[in-house]
Design a protein around this ligand. Sequence first.
Ligand SMILES: O=C(O)CCC(=O)C(=O)O
Ligand SMILES: [Fe+2]
Length: 414
Amino acid sequence: EEATCTADGDCSVEEEAASTSNNASGAKVVCENKHDQCEFWAGLGECEKNPGYMHSNCAKICGTCAGYRQPTLADGKTFGVSQQVTGSKADEIQKLIDDTQKYMREEVSVDDKFKEVRDGCQNRNELCAFWAVIGECEANPKFMEMECAPSCKTCIKLDFDFRCPFDKDAPSTWKPGDLNKMFERITTDQYYQQFEPKILSQPGQPIGKFKDGPWVITLDNLLSEQECEKLIELGGVRGYEQSYDVGKKKYDGTYDKHLNQDRTSTNAWCVDECYNDTVTQDVVHRLENVTGIDDTNSEYLQLLRYEVGQKYGQHHDYIDYQKNRQCGVRIITVFLYLNDVEAGGGTDFPLLGLTVMPKRGSALIWPSVMDANPDYKDHRTEHQALPVEAGTKYGANAWVHQRSFKDPYAKGCI
Ligand SMILES: O=C(O)CCC(=O)C(=O)O
Ligand SMILES: [Fe+2]
């Protein structure tokens, strides 16, 4: 079918026909970018400025293949991939693309409220216009509003602060001094003696390179054998997969996962049926009892598995960008050891000269922040998971935040 071009020439369907007509031997000429700079050039507006070369050599990005159209901004720049205009809905798709182009030119390009999202607002699939026509923006908004924001006219929703307004009044859990109070309570209150607390480092005592140590404690008897077994099993049910770190900020304000060569473990997040399991709930409530902090502030348990040779190089658990997010920064880590490891696999604090060996049912607790300013990172608690030398190591991270983690998590606002 024939797609119609608009008067201002941003659609070149006539040339498209040429570029995809059958060649001499009758084979279909593929719609492609013949040069690896095509996308870059298109981003500079070259499809408009230099159509002679671009429309035949960069047909895909310029939208000059048969059945494709590439809407453009006033300066000829594109906003994402060329859109397919074929099938029984071709007329409606054509109309939607005209509409999208008007929206991008007259609102997104000029209105200051789109400043943060202007460049990132792109159709990331060639079927965006088609999907929008068949109602997917409404039926499947989570995907569409991010992948096809121009077609859905939802560029503003790429703005993280718009989607996830940060409640400035949300109370922080720890005020200055509360960190010390928590560790003092755990190590001195009679109630916590059942967990066998041991102090490995504490304020006022020199350790490693420091005159004054951070709190680091273990609770040797926090979980039962059966609870440990069950958590390992629940991790297996969810499936242990390659562990990742936090990567770069994406166009929608969330953060990519980043493969760290120095982190070779696998892990499973204890969500859904794992979180709802009665054993998990018992453990979670015990953690609330120990920390004195509501479970809503905790990330879902990250269940970890290290095979022989696997490790996690020196790092800190504090995540900077979370300071300005609803959840706030991580304030403490409760690391749970779920089995005895034959050899290796200790948790090591290089700046403190302290290594803790795994022991089934025990927990290692350290802060990521300073007592005097609980939003500020405590550099002293950098740590690493040493390679397992024999056997398998199972553990779990319970990361506790300044404010609710589970509420914003449920809204996609972490
Ligand atoms: O496995 C360990 O001993 C510590 C793991 C750790 O530091 C982490 O996952 O952030
Ligand atoms: Fe860590």
